[in-house]
Design a protein around this ligand. Sequence first.
Ligand code: HAM
Length: 429
Amino acid sequence: MDIQRPRGTRDFLFDEMRLRKQVENTLRRIFEAYCYQEIKTPLFEDLALFTMKSGDGIMEQIYHFQDKGGRDLALRPELTAPVARLYINELQKKSKPIKMYYYGSCFRYERPQKGRWRQFWQLGCELIGGKSPESEAEIIAMAAHCLEELGLEDFEIHIGNLGIIRGILDEADVSKEEQDKIMAIVDKGEVEELKAILKEFKIDSNTNNILIKLVDMNGNREIIKKVYELINHNKSASKALKELEELLKILEAFGFMKYTVNLGIARGLDYYSGAVFEIYVHSLGAQKQISGGGTYNLIELFGGEKVESTGFAFGFDRLVECVKRCGIEKPQTSMVDVFVAPISADVKLKAFEIAQMLRKDGIKTDVDLMGRKLKKILAQADNLGVSYVIVVGERDLKEGKITLKNMDSGLQELMEINKVSDYLKEIGI
Ligand code: HAM
């Protein structure tokens, strides 16, 4: 039987895993420098957690199933709703703000293509109980910091505020349901589709004009002035725009100036309520969005008290692809530093003992498990790029010694067994 991987999933081999670990460790280090602590939530949750407020888009993509007890469960398509649930279950009494980060796989049933998978990984964070726009600014600065630390340069951070479009729609008495549908189309960036739905919902021509112009507005801080002119009369849209302006000011104080103001950002998930942002790397093509986030209102919706929350997640797989394309991977370190080679079967037990001693001292050590001849072991060690081979022979052992062979120079040295670890560490292994 020919068994294949499920569609939209991948196997990762050694080099890929090394690179992924490298990216993961860099991101963890930065998140922890901003005092985020790691959490882990289950891979599957109650289906209802995701159907309440994540939006129709997510619903269509959910992997859901009934377990043997007849419970409706879903593989998580994202981690913000699970973290909001965790907060309500475990952390409501804890003093705020609470800074949490996570790394784990998500599942979405979508049409697989380059950069779009059915199982993919997110590394992201949620800041619960912080104040806007300070929290939003710090989060965006941290996202930029991560990308800079990875050595990426060609990223763009686009920032908007949903309150602007929503304010305009509220004023035009557009219902919440219709607003959600309009926002979903704004998120797709299809102007013709937007015009069609505005017509279908019989939105008045003034509102119509403002919206069509708004979703197309992006640029540097200068465009804020033009947006004020456009929405001048609208109280809640102006309030949201003022918040956005304040966010940009704080973001600059955090040292990040390279942002783009983009009023067309709507986000695909329905729970966002204020500032939103997306990060693009255009060279990735269609799946250029490597991160998304913003301020949301999920906790209250799940039955908790009202608490300001903001967060974002990197699409980890897309991020790794960027690092790969830029050729900025760190040089690969050898998998094996030392290979222990028993000369004969009589000394193999001693060889295992020596290998174990080195491993406990933190030295990457392999040992021959196949009873091969020394010549073969040396050839394999050479293949693996091993720096040193420890030759274990009966005669040397009688004096408590081994022979340490430098594989680059070919030089050999007789050495007391209990001095080997210290020596290898001294020379930087
Ligand atoms: P999202 O934009 O749906 O936001 O996903 C975050 C990132 O995950 C995207 O920007 C993208 O890079 C990556 N991504 C999404 N779908 C796929 C896929 N099928 N294959 C590969 N990568 C993908 C969220 O999930 C929010 N929970 C983010 C957030 C956290 N908002 C507040 N806190």
